[in-house]
Design a protein around this ligand. Structure first.
Ligand code: ADP
Ligand code: GLC
Length: 473
């Protein structure tokens, strides 16, 4: 069985968030289970491109409205990621430093999807399944079945579409309609949602099966999906929740190359202490105090806007009892407030505004607690990395956080959970954490060991996806 994963991100080539982690790991685990999984993403100007050797496997051309563009497909030669990786090169469109955030993202990702479909059209043996991730490749299931130039050969290929985050839909106005290749005009309504062309909606309507990255998120989508609630309700028969895993080889405190001190569940107290000393030295903090961290995109979805006030409140109500570090980037107003907070935090708070893979690993290892007050969290990987590194997650009960973190007050629990994305709930839960850490250190250490014994690796989810593919005949 041959699976082609199509996405905008793939770690370590290009990553903006959890999507990159998933696409960089799931195919590797699938290959170990005996299928042939490969990945195609756009060719951005990232350092990975220059470090590896590539071979040209295909060249072609397509029209984006009246503009003809040429594309080439290159393959990474060494298979070092555990799967065949293909990149689509389109001069002037995809070859940028960042993955997203350009005024012509609509044009860029339509061109990418056209190139992928045209390339597959030229394969001698067609793939058993095309698995598309998020709206950047949401038009592919529609192209395969409704676009004149592709459907004759490709309409029988089963498609799976995974919703990693329905907040982002890639919608654009109908006046850009001419960017799309000629398709069956009777089927225009597949593309439409509330008067716009909506790639996420088109994918949910056209794909053979739709998956989301946790069970709880699938339930939430029926009532909260950025305007697509009715669609998810209508299509629920073909939707299934499959909880993400993590790459336990990349995220392993016993050999993580980003860590100065390695540890496992038997020496975790000492190992984490040494890592904390290093990070605290770097940020000018007293390492004898418990350390709370936040790692992530500074956007409303993650409730990052609540952090400046919540941390200030926590500092005020628990003076001198804990340190806080934020690593993230996103909305400028939140970045500004987080930077300003340093001036009044008396050395108990610091932040790094930007993206830094090494520091994220360092923080998962060094911290005692990880904050995740998310308003929306389809799965969330940070809490899974925290658990793997023996760091207690403080999470809001939402989406994938419900499915992965159990409160210490409940049977078998190991984390701290709260209900509302509010300053009060965050600061109350920080108080619970400090109380546990200071008054019951043995109990706290037992929870940390218990977390490190949990198995959230990709093995189970990779098998679940394969089972799903097998049903698509
Ligand atoms: P999302 O994909 O919604 O951003 P996830 O929890 O699924 O959230 O995944 C986030 C991923 O991005 C994790 O690997 C996390 O460590 C990483 N990450 C987020 N922000 C940063 C940052 N500023 N620096 C380094 N890594 C980051
Ligand atoms: C999205 C979601 C996040 C999820 C990730 C990987 O970015 O916001 O919750 O973990 O995709 O599926």
């Amino acid at each position: 069985m041959e699976i082609l994963h199509v996405a905008a991100e793939c770690f370590p080539v290009a990553k903006a968030g959890g999507l990159g982690d998933v696409v960089g790991a799931l195919p590797k685990y699938q290959n170990r289970l005996g299928v042939y999984a490969k990945v195609v993403i756009p060719m951005y100007r990232t350092s990975f491109l220059y470090q590896e050797e590539w071979e040209l496997v295909h060249e072609g051309g397509q029209y984006l409205h009246e503009q003809f563009f040429r594309y080439s497909i290159i393959r990474e030669k060494s298979n070092k990621l555990g799967f065949d990786l293909y990149l689509v090169d389109i001069n002037g469109l995809l070859d940028r430093e960042k993955v997203y955030g350009y005024a012509d993202d609509t044009e860029r990702f339509i061109a990418f999807q056209l190139a992928v479909c045209d390339w597959v059209f030229h394969w001698q043996h067609l793939p058993s399944v095309i698995h598309c991730h998020d709206h950047h490749c949401g038009l592919i299931p529609f192209f395969l079945t409704q676009v004149n130039q592709f459907r004759s050969r490709l309409h029988t290929i089963p498609t799976v579409f995974t919703v990693h985050n329905a907040q982002y839909q890639g919608a654009f106005a109908w006046d850009k309609h001419a960017l799309l290749p000629p398709y069956d005009p009777w089927k225009w309504n597949i593309l439409d949602w509330h008067g716009q062309i909506n790639p996420l909606a088109a994918a949910v309507k056209s794909a053979w099966r739709v998956t989301t990255v946790s069970h709880s998120y699938l339930k939430e989508l029926m009532t909260q999906a950025g305007g697509l609630e009715n669609l998810f309700e209508y299509e629920k028969g073909k939707c299934v929740g499959i909880l993400n895993g993590i790459d336990t080889e990349i995220w392993d405190p016993s050999c993580d190359p980003y860590l100065l001190f390695h540890y496992n569940k038997d020496n975790l107290v000492e190992g984490k202490r040494k890592n904390k000393e290093e990070i605290c030295k770097e940020f000018g903090m007293d390492s004898s105090l418990p350390l709370f961290s936040f790692v992530g995109r500074l956007v409303g979805e993650k409730a990052a806007d609540l952090l400046p006030v919540a941390i200030q409140d926590a500092l005020l109500h628990n003076p001198g009892r804990a340190n806080y570090i934020v690593l993230g980037s996103g909305q400028h107003d939140i970045e500004y407030q987080l930077k300003e907070l340093r001036n009044i935090a008396g050395g108990f708070y610091n932040c790094y505004i930007g993206y830094q893979e090494a520091l994220s690993h360092g923080l998962y290892a060094a911290s005692d607690f990880l904050l995740m007050p998310s308003r929306v969290e389809p799965c969330g990987l940070n809490q899974l990395y925290a658990l793997r590194f023996g760091t207690m997650p403080l999470v809001r009960r939402v989406g994938g956080l419900i499915d992965t973190v159990v409160d210490v007050g409940d049977a078998g629990g190991y984390g701290l959970c709260f209900n509302e994305a509010s300053v009060w709930d965050i600061t109350y839960t920080i108080r619970r954490a400090i109380h546990l850490y200071d008054n019951n250190p043995k109990e706290y250490a037992t929870y940390c060991k218990q977390m490190m014994e949990l198995d959230f690796s990709w093995n189970k989810a990779a098998a679940n996806y394969i089972q799903l593919y097998q049903q698509l005949k």
